[in-house]
Design a protein around this ligand. Structure first.
Ligand SMILES: Nc1ncnc2c1ncn2[C@@H]1O[C@H](COP(=O)(O)OP(=O)(O)OP(=O)(O)O)[C@@H](O)[C@H]1O
Ligand SMILES: [Mg+2]
Length: 247
């Protein structure tokens, strides 16, 4: 199907309706391995809904979700995660009663691995990210930035093929966002993971993404590389507003 032999994750003509309201209308987007794709758009544009529909948290009303050309639109989230599609959430969603290592290990067990193998994998991921010192800390007391990092670490358990990041830099300082950008580049470059990066920090998205989609009122109004996005009058009108610049 699709005539594309790359193992990609795609939305094809996806519409999501909540009652009479369309959160997404005929959205087509592809995430390819080893590359960073940006997704930007104003509040309420439909970005999180698109992540939900690509990860099995929401079924498309019409249209298809394709994983390696197979329609997985009816697959629930836990199954898609096993098939290699991982995400983070806008809000942390850690298990606050557990330490960091156990927060990651729970995901491994949910994926069908033993507790031991899950703990080994959790340490491997934390070490790879350079935050092994967080392992024994209670999730409840973590500073905000570390909480975001743990969310990403959890999503990286057992090497997913795709990682969808829903506003991972929200609330971060510029220096912290730069560190995050470097991490995301390593995820794509070293692990070969296909990344979809959703961010209000447009500068961050444009600096790391090879391809950017712009969503407005549930529709893709522009897509392309950095120069195409910054040159687009449609994007300026819809997203940046009359007198704003990309941060
Ligand atoms: N379960 C739902 N039921 C009804 N409407 C919903 C539901 N989920 C989202 N919406 C609506 O769909 C639209 C898109 O929401 P979504 O959360 O996808 O936007 P977003 O681009 O992620 O926004 P933000 O930048 O604020 O995170 C909004 O108008 C929202 O109110
Ligand atoms: Mg959102």
């Amino acid at each position: 199907m699709g005539g594309d032999n790359t193992f990609s994750l795609a939305a094809s003509g996806v519409t999501v309706a909540f009652g009479g309201f369309k959160a997404l209308t005929d959205v087509t987007l592809t995430v390819t391995p080893g590359a960073i794709h940006g997704l930007i758009g104003p509040n309420g544009a439909g970005k999180t809904t698109l992540v939900n529909v690509l990860t099995g948290f929401q079924e498309p009303t019409t249209g298809r979700i394709l994983l390696g050309g197979r329609d997985v639109g009816a697959h629930p989230a836990h199954l898609l995660r096993r098939e290699g599609v991982a995400r983070t959430f806008q809000a942390g969603r850690l298990f606050t009663g557990l330490d960091v290592l156990d927060n990651l290990a729970v995901t491994g067990v949910g994926l069908g691995h033993s507790r031991h193998a899950s703990e080994v994998e959790a340490m491997r991921v934390l070490s790879w990210m350079g935050v092994a010192d967080l392992a024994e800390k209670p999730a409840a007391g973590l500073p905000y930035t570390d909480e975001r990092r743990v969310g990403i670490a959890r999503a990286l358990m057992f090497a997913p093929s795709f990682l969808l990041l829903d506003e991972p830099a929200a609330g971060m300082s510029e220096a912290e966002a730069d560190d995050l950008a470097a991490l995301i580049a390593r995820v794509a470059g070293e692990l070969g993971t296909g990344v979809l990066l959703i961010e209000h920090n447009v500068g961050l998205v444009l600096s790391v993404s090879s391809h950017v989609y712009v969503l407005d009122a549930g529709q893709v109004i522009e897509e392309g590389d950095r120069s195409a996005i910054t040159a687009s009058q449609r994007v300026r009108d819809a997203y940046f507003g009359a007198d704003q610049e990309a941060a």
